[in-house]
Ligand binder design. Structure first.
Ligand code: GLN
Length: 479
């Protein structure tokens, strides 16, 4: 899609201003129902689009992403634009700088339409944890789009953006991509700079691209990837054009299927998955059963470490440094007893008012896991299991090129169905979190439908082998 739009721009069959306006018209028409966007950035978008059109008019060469409109998850900072992370505590926060990925996208001439909805601070699997609105699945608006990047995914799936950025800490780009029938890629930890991403769990978070096709995802990844001095965890890597690696040939590649993932799988999802395995075989791949002996502990490990990192990362939202401050319910800085409020009371009142219940739940769990008496039993133990899971993957990848499974054990669930049961909600991530625990790249792409609801397949790749999984998913997609 991006390539076709690019050709049209170059041949002057359309202008970027017209294209951008078309997308704003689509947003105007559909978004009152889908609720994908929190903030529109029309002025910025039009300025970027005009600039690209002028370049084209002057006969200058333009890049593939230049003049093509996309959307940004609202936990990624865009200079001068309200950035809420879908939390009341950042309700009026205006980012004072561009995240590195935004700087890169602006440099590549991409057009930014607006900021999209998410679960508060990216904690969730359905986008129901947003403090503002519940984004709908564009295929069936009674269902969730998945989360936490539900706004970005729904915007693309509903043709309210060509591409989008989300973030993926435990599956947040892949799960909604699967639920809405599009493509989402979580890069290797360190492939994309986290500078300017509002942190959820720093040793897991990765900014992640989504779009309708594998090639489009590759094009966006090419624009945002690379080493960044502002993120010490970003890896040294040369700039690459990931789209150039899409050969459509996976003959001889070995795909491993973890037997542990197959035990819980049932019904139509299983059937569709098995059919997709057959398709990979006909495309020339070899399929083998493998074992990841420690993945049964992945979910527990993830939720201990993630909540610990959450409790630490979110300590900064205290009413003093950013966003909301609840100084006082009584119009002055005086507590109920008539005495001046203490700093602690300001912290407590601000956090009580500004943070939602899932965020509070995780801060409490994480604080508990990190506390002196329980650190060894929970946090340290979980870190050890994380190392074992990573070792499982190292061993598997010494034998196979990719690890394949469904993205989720079921299709998108109904809005409200799981919101009162956090444990059930956490189970949606069963297949996705392993990639984040180990830091490997993973992609979700459509492999079938149950009635009209899409099913995603997930390929995990070796560390820094984004081109490998992109090409495998691409080969699947075009055949
Ligand atoms: N659903 C997972 C969680 O709630 C993953 C979220 C994410 O990837 N940001 O932690």
């Amino acid at each position: 899609m991006i390539r076709e739009l690019h050709e049209k721009l170059v041949k002057r069959e359309i202008t970027s201003v017209k294209l951008t306006q078309d997308y704003f018209d689509a947003i105007e028409k559909k978004d009152s129902e889908i609720l994908a966007y929190l903030t529109l950035t029309k002025e910025l978008a039009m300025e970027q689009a005009k600039f690209v059109d002028e370049k084209i008019n002057k006969g200058e060469k333009i890049g593939l992403l230049e003049g093509i409109p996309g959307a940004i998850k609202d936990c990624i900072c865009v200079d001068g634009i309200r950035t809420t992370a879908a939390s009341k505590i950042l309700d009026d926060y205006v980012a004072p700088y561009d995240a590195t990925v935004i700087k890169k996208l602006k440099g590549a001439g991409a057009v930014i339409l607006g900021k999209t909805n998410l679960d508060e601070f990216a904690m969730g699997s359905s986008t129901e944890n947003s403090a503002y609105q519940i984004t709908k699945n564009p295929i069936d608006t009674a269902r969730v789009p998945g989360g936490s990047s539900g706004g970005s995914i729904a915007a693309v799936a509903a043709d309210e953006a060509v591409w989008a950025l989300g973030s993926d800490t435990g599956g947040s780009i892949r799960l909604p991509a699967a639920y809405c029938g599009i493509v989402g890629l979580k890069p290797t930890y360190g492939r994309v700079s986290r500078n300017g991403l509002i942190a959820m769990a720093s040793s897991f978070d990765q900014i992640s691209p989504t779009a309708k096709t594998v090639e489009d995802v590759a094009i966006v990844l090419s624009a945002i990837a690379g080493e960044d001095k502002k993120d010490a965890t970003s890896a040294q890597s040369a700039d690459k054009k990931y789209e150039d690696y899409l050969t459509g040939d996976i003959k001889g590649k070995i795909i491993g299927i973890p037997k542990e993932y197959m035990t819980g799988l049932a019904g139509e999802v299983k059937e569709i998955f098995e059919k997709s395995v057959e398709k990979f075989k006909t495309l020339g791949a070899k399929v083998e059963e493998i074992s990841l002996p420690h993945v049964e502990y992945a979910l527990a490990t993830y939720y201990v470490i993630v909540t610990s990192e959450v409790s630490s990362n979110l300590a900064r939202f205290d009413g003093i440094k950013y966003g909301l401050r609840v100084d006082d319910k009584h119009d002055s800085n005086v507590a109920e007893n008539g005495l001046p409020k203490t700093l602690l009371e300001t912290y407590l009142d601000t956090r009580k008012t500004g943070l939602g219940s899932e965020v509070k739940r995780r801060i409490m769990l994480g604080t508990y896991a990190l506390s002196a008496g329980y650190y060894d039993a929970y946090y340290l133990k979980a870190q050890k299991v994380r190392a074992l899971i990573r070792r499982d993957l190292e061993q598997a990848f010494s034998k196979v090129d990719f690890i394949y499974s469904p993205t989720a054990p079921e299709t998108a669930f109904k809005i409200g169905e799981r919101s009162s049961d956090p444990l059930k909600m956490y189970l949606a991530d069963i297949y996705t979190i392993t990639a984040n625990l180990a830091g490997v790249p993973a992609i979700s792409f459509p492999i079938g439908k149950i009635e009209k609801m899409p099913i995603g397949g997930q390929l995990m790749g070796k560390w820094f082998d984004e081109e490998g999984i992109l090409n495998a998913a691409y080969t699947y997609e075009i055949n």
